[in-house]
Design a protein around this ligand. Structure first.
Ligand SMILES: Nc1ncnc2c1ncn2[C@@H]1O[C@H](COP(=O)(O)OP(=O)(O)OP(=O)(O)O)[C@@H](O)[C@H]1O
Ligand SMILES: O=C(O)[C@@H](O)C(=O)CO
Length: 424
């Protein structure tokens, strides 16, 4: 029996979908489980993805859940630590502690090798510095992220602050020399560094890194965003791309459609601004001030859904200054929890009472909260509505629910209109 190529520990749900959509599109049979799996990985799977909600939790919790996920994935060829393509981390930072735990579990002498570079969505790493659409990370809109503001572009330093282990760089001149040079550089780093970040500015670089990684003496833990995972898929199983294959997902039942946005990202703000249908607004200050707010929102949502059959948008998305005001008044965690809980509760009402069967959710934390409240356990992966944003189907109480779980900065500005045309 062949072993799954990749067992992925993903720090948020939209990141899990991003990676799963990419590797499925490259031809890997892919499963997504929400939370640590309790069942063995099905033997026909090439890539088993475990979606956690560990990006913004206490480091000790992130470590405990990630280690449990890695143990549940025992037997895969490579454990893949999926973090964000913009290296999103809290001030304490969970990427370092989780990477430490995963190399520890991988066995004596293990090393982690990875890169957040995902050129398809404009993320590149050069001389250890991360760029977003050609701008330094710290000068991109990520500096205003509501939970994980990224104000330092030098990832070697960012990661080194999160771990006591030594962090090294395989720089672009080495990457450009090809897989042998990269593999030699990794071999020379064993015993010197415990974590290696690798530059990549285009897909050819990622293919070199993937080929080098597949040749490495194990134990090795691979780290990164979707880019390197997709490069591993196309390097390991060349010629199996699904681009021309129809989606195998079942058709969703007809019914009202809902978009839920708790994302603070710049791209989501553009998508909300471009949306022309009915919008129900969710405000953390109103939620905090009056416990009847959720009842009022429920009524507004019911009315909007019944009024006409176009998609309704339920949105907490606000300008960074408004988010900051709410955080100053309520505290960052309380503001986030109020919004996540309200959106999750309204999602449950939408499915249980209003007959919603197709839903777009914007924001990683928001998607995690919504999917957990719905009771989703696994996702089947379908067609991509945009790079990094696949349609998925989950089964909840014998009902198929189609979910498009969107990372904040992904998708074109008109995604909330166009995504339905490729959905199940
Ligand atoms: N108006 C608001 N005021 C304060 N916090 C908010 C507001 N709207 C949303 N939030 C919170 O901000 C967080 C946004 O994170 P989320 O991961 O969902 O989306 P994102 O900002 O696009 O990030 P990502 O790129 O990871 O998807 C959530 O915890 C959400 O509850
Ligand atoms: O890597 C990315 O950018 C996404 O998959 C993600 O994790 C955003 O939250």
């Amino acid at each position: 029996m062949t072993r799954p190529l990749l067992g992925v520990v993903a720090d948020d749900l939209t990141g899990a979908c991003d990676l799963a959509g990419g590797v499925a599109d490259a031809g890997l049979r892919t499963s997504v489980t929400l939370g640590v799996p309790t069942e063995p990985i099905p033997s026909e799977v090439d890539c088993a993805v475990v979606a956690l909600k560990s990006r913004t939790v206490e480091p000790a919790t992130a470590v405990e859940e990630s280690a449990a996920a890695a143990r549940a994935l025992a037997g895969v060829r490579y454990v893949y630590h999926k973090y964000c393509s913009t290296f999103d981390s809290t001030a304490e930072g969970n990427i370092g502690p989780v990477a430490d735990a995963l190399v520890e579990l991988a066995g004596p002498g293990a090393i982690s090798v990875g890169t957040p570079a995902t050129p398809q969505v404009g993320r590149t790493q050069y001389l250890g510095h991360l760029f977003v659409d050609g701008r330094l990370l710290s000068e991109s809109s990520l500096r205003n992220h509501p939970l994980t503001p990224m104000t330092h572009p030098d990832l070697v330093r960012v990661l080194a602050r999160q771990t006591d282990r030594s962090v090294g760089l395989i720089d672009h001149p080495v990457v450009r020399r090809g897989p042998t040079a990269i593999a030699d550089a990794v071999a020379a780093s064993r015993g010197v560094h415990r974590h290696l970040l690798v530059d990549a500015t285009d897909d050819a670089d990622l293919d070199h890194v993937a080929e080098a990684v597949l040749r490495l003496e194990r134990p090795v833990v691979i780290g990164g965003a979707a880019g390197l995972a997709v490069a591993l898929a196309r390097t390991h199983f060349p010629g199996t791309s699904q681009h021309s294959r129809p989606s195998e997902l079942p058709q969703a039942e007809p019914g009202p459609r809902l978009i839920i946005s708790g994302s603070g990202s710049e791209r989501t703000r553009e998508q909300v601004a471009a949306f022309r249908g009915q919008i129900v607004r969710v405000d953390p200050l109103a939620l905090a001030a009056d416990s009847s707010t959720i009842q009022r929102l429920t009524e507004q949502l019911e009315e909007a859904v019944r009024r006409d059959d176009s998609a309704v948008l339920l949105s907490a998305t606000a300008a960074p200054s408004d988010v900051r005001d709410a955080q100053t008044e309520l505290g960052k965690d309380k503001a986030a929890a109020l919004v996540e809980d309200a959106l999750a509760q309204l999602a449950v009402t939408a499915v249980g009472k209003l007959g919603v069967r197709r839903m777009i959710v914007a924001g990683g934390e928001t998607s995690g909260a919504v999917a957990a409240a719905l009771g989703a356990k696994t996702l089947r992966i379908g067609a991509l509505a945009a790079p990094g944003v696949p349609w998925t189907v989950t089964t909840v109480q014998d009902r198929s629910i189609a979910l498009l779980l969107k990372s904040g900065n992904f998708g074109d500005p008109d995604l909330f209109e166009t995504a339905w045309t490729v959905g199940p």
